[in-house]
Ligand binder design. Structure first.
Ligand code: ADP
Ligand code: MG
Length: 213
């Protein structure tokens, strides 16, 4: 028996029992690369769910309990400054670890989708999920991609959370202090995100504007 827990943009997540979840890609795809990154990071003590099985489009993971950072911000359980600190700290700790594959000594493991919906606030600590876009490269690409994702939300005129996303962006950039590789981040989001060129251009302009201050 499996109990549906959540459906994200790409995956359905089911509770297998009190301790494990099954995460399955609706459109198929091979989970092995992301499972390898998660196992590697888990061994190094980075907060990711433990992988119990990875086969085809299915991942079996330790079941975590707690709201996403996005839910906690929306509910006012976490203030914007703390939320930005959590985001920046998870980037800093990830980028302090050695890369697994890359030869360039400056390269690191990158998440490339590290936004408040992919952080679960467990009783112990924040844990990072959803490693599908993970790659290795310059850390700045990761922080700039997160800034761009926040700016995408901030430039949605209809979204009730646009103002919150804008504030989060300001505090996040106050922490990371750089928005290098913005063109590369835009190209990445054009491939992996939901928005077209016009929206991405507006979001990038906002990142550049806030980053300059
Ligand atoms: N290990 C886990 N334990 C508990 N819930 C999880 C776990 N992994 C994912 N979830 C739930 O499923 C949702 C979507 O997961 P995610 O990996 O981000 O998939 P998507 O690619 O669809 O965004 C999360 O927001 C969370 O509610
Ligand atoms: Mg997700």
């Amino acid at each position: 028996m499996t109990v549906p827990l959540a459906s994200g943009r790409d995956a359905d997540v089911y509770a297998l029992d009190a301790h494990r979840v099954l995460r399955r890609y609706r459109a198929g795809g091979d989970v092995r690369p992301e499972a390898e990154v998660m196992r590697y990071l888990h061994r190094l003590g980075y907060p990711v769910p433990e992988v119990w099985r990875a086969e085809g489009s299915e991942l079996e993971l330790t079941r975590l309990s707690g709201p996403t950072l996005a839910e906690a911000l929306r509910a006012g359980e976490v203030d914007v400054r703390t939320g930005a600190d959590v985001l920046a700290d998870l980037h800093r700790r990830l980028h302090a670890l050695p890369a697994r594959l890359a030869r360039d000594p400056a390269d690191r493991v990158l998440h490339l989708d590290l936004h408040p919906q992919n952080i679960l606030l467990t009783d112990d600590a924040p844990v990072v999920i959803d490693w599908r876009n993970s790659a290795e490269g310059p850390p700045e690409l990761d922080t700039t991609t997160t800034a761009l994702i926040l700016a995408e939300a901030a430039t949605d005129a209809d979204a009730p959370l646009a103002a919150l996303a804008r504030e989060l962006l300001t505090h996040f950039l106050g922490e990371v202090k750089t928005v290098g590789l913005l063109d590369e981040a835009v190209a990445l989001r054009a491939r992996t995100g939901p928005h077209g060129p016009a929206r991405l251009a507006r979001a990038a302009a906002l990142v550049a504007r806030v980053g300059r201050r």
